[in-house]
Design a protein around this ligand. Structure first.
Ligand code: HEM
Length: 148
């Protein structure tokens, strides 16, 4: 199956980041924390809020959220992004596999959500390098979220 550009980008970045981990040195260890690059608490909140507005306005995925407690989704996504970006949060919700189980989410829907996240980060002026670092952190979730 041919994956669309966003998914290809996401997976390629994940691979690149993993490859880079083998050669980390003290200079790269001093790189700013990803959470800080995303703008810390207010930055992550703004990204998630912006993304939810885009979901609400996107006919490709909005129906998937019709019966969802959006305040809870917002809180869960904020904590999840905070956690995977090495922020001061611990995500204690259900696993990505459990949360998304039984809905048969498709590659295309996954790509749409990634696209809306990228647009939200662009709107919040997150540097592209930081955008890509977050996407790389989320790449391994693909197989837990998409029905295969
Ligand atoms: C990069 C991809 C994705 C990530 C990182 C992600 C992450 C999350 C997180 C963290 C939650 C909140 C869990 C909680 O605390 O309760 C959640 C819930 C949810 N996600 Fe995703 N998700 C992704 C893709 C998708 C896709 C493709 C869809 C469908 C189009 C989707 C639909 C939902 C729905 C409907 C909920 C609410 C579940 C509920 O509360 O019943 N997600 N997701």
């Amino acid at each position: 199956m041919t994956l669309s550009r966003n998914l290809t980008r996401l997976l390629a970045l994940g691979t690149l980041l993993l490859a880079g981990c083998g050669t980390l040195n003290s200079a790269s260890e001093s790189k700013p924390n990803l959470y800080q690059q995303l703008g810390g608490e207010s930055g992550v909140e703004a990204i998630v809020y912006d993304m939810i507005v885009r979901i609400a306005d996107d006919e490709r995925v909005v129906e998937r959220f019709h019966n969802v407690d959006i305040a809870r989704f917002q809180q869960g996504l904020e904590t999840y992004i905070c956690s995977v970006s090495n922020g001061p949060c611990e995500y204690t919700g259900e696993s990505m596999q459990v949360v998304h189980a039984g809905h048969n989410y498709t590659d295309t829907e996954f790509n749409t959500i990634v696209e809306l996240l990228i647009e939200a980060m662009e709107a919040q002026e997150v540097p592209v390098a930081a955008q890509n670092r977050l996407l790389a952190q989320l790449a391994p979730d693909y197989s837990d979220i998409v029905y295969q």
